[in-house]
Design a protein around this ligand. Structure first.
Ligand code: ADP
Length: 266
């Protein structure tokens, strides 16, 4: 615990007195530390691809100048590294936008089954390339929630993309949307969007930390898959903004299920 202590003299019944004030500033200290950690993480994440880019530029200007084969290979790597920086900057912008808007509840009517379908259409080529079967199970075709359509689509895209990426060839990803019912976690009527995979599953110790920015179970694997480490942090903020809940159920060897519980539109 951190206290800020201040001291003031003041007259007390005609005699000089002293007033000491203790203010608990632990939460401010913690917020400051989180901000410093975040800036350090972002700098590190940007520096890695930048260093690679500068290295390849140097090589292309020098030793590989007249080697057409090397030039093509290096340009491919440079393109991938620049792509990684672009994704990171895009995710940082998304995160700061949802954070800024978190207190304002979005109120547009959104056709949730339509959003789920369009997200899956967008991801079909990725699933095909990864040899992952993508199944959709909609309990109902017409269902409205109050929200922000683009952000809800981003939730589905991020969760399904992770399920496809981390499960790998031969696995199955099932996306379901339940019919409206009373949801104890919302203390009201809601729907459950679930994304289940038959991938490797997650050790219990990691689960509570998955939605922290830049938290990855396997840094190397995540980077190799093109991950920024921000996908689930973005999902959590969007779900909070919609006054919903996020649940993660997983066990090593048993696959993973992410559930997003959203209030339905009255
Ligand atoms: P990333 O860009 O690394 O995918 P995310 O915030 O989307 O970042 O996810 C954080 C971490 O959670 C990932 O690095 C991965 O280790 C783990 N993860 C997310 N989804 C799954 C899943 N469906 N199966 C196994 N691990 C997962």
């Amino acid at each position: 615990t951190t206290f800020d202590v201040s001291c003031r003299t003041l007259p007390l019944d005609g005699a000089p007195g002293v007033m000491l004030t203790f203010q608990d500033i632990t939460h401010l200290e913690q917020a400051g530390q989180m901000r410093r950690d975040f800036v350090a993480n972002v700098s590190h994440e940007l520096r890695t691809p930048l260093t690679a880019l500068l290295g390849f530029i140097e090589t292309l200007k020098g030793p590989a100048r007249d080697d057409a084969g090397a030039r093509d290979r290096f340009l491919d790597i440079m393109e991938a590294e620049a792509g990684r920086m672009e994704r990171l900057v895009g995710d940082l912008l998304s995160l700061s936008r949802v954070e800024a808007e978190e207190r304002v509840r979005p109120t547009d009517p959104v056709d949730l089954p339509g959003v789920v379908r369009s997200a899956l259409n967008r991801l079909a080529p990725l699933a095909e390339e990864a040899e992952v079967a993508l199944d959709l199970d909609l309990a109902q075709d017409q269902l409205e929630v109050s929200g922000d359509e683009d952000q809800l689509r981003q939730v589905v895209v991020n969760l399904v993309e992770n399920a496809v990426k981390y499960s790998g060839s031969g696995s199955e990803v099932r996306v379901g949307l339940s019919a409206p019912a009373y949801q104890p976690r919302l203390r009201g009527q809601g729907v459950v969007l679930s994304i289940s995979d038959t991938g490797p599953g997650i050790e219990p110790i990691h689960i509570p930390r998955l939605t922290e920015r830049f938290y990855r179970i396997d840094n190397h694997r995540s980077r190799e898959m093109g991950g920024t480490g921000l996908g689930l942090a973005i999902v959590k903020h969007i779900v909070n903004r919609h006054r919903g809940r996020l649940r993660i159920d997983s066990a090593p060897g048993k696959g993973t299920t992410f559930r997003v519980i959203l209030p339905i539109r009255a």
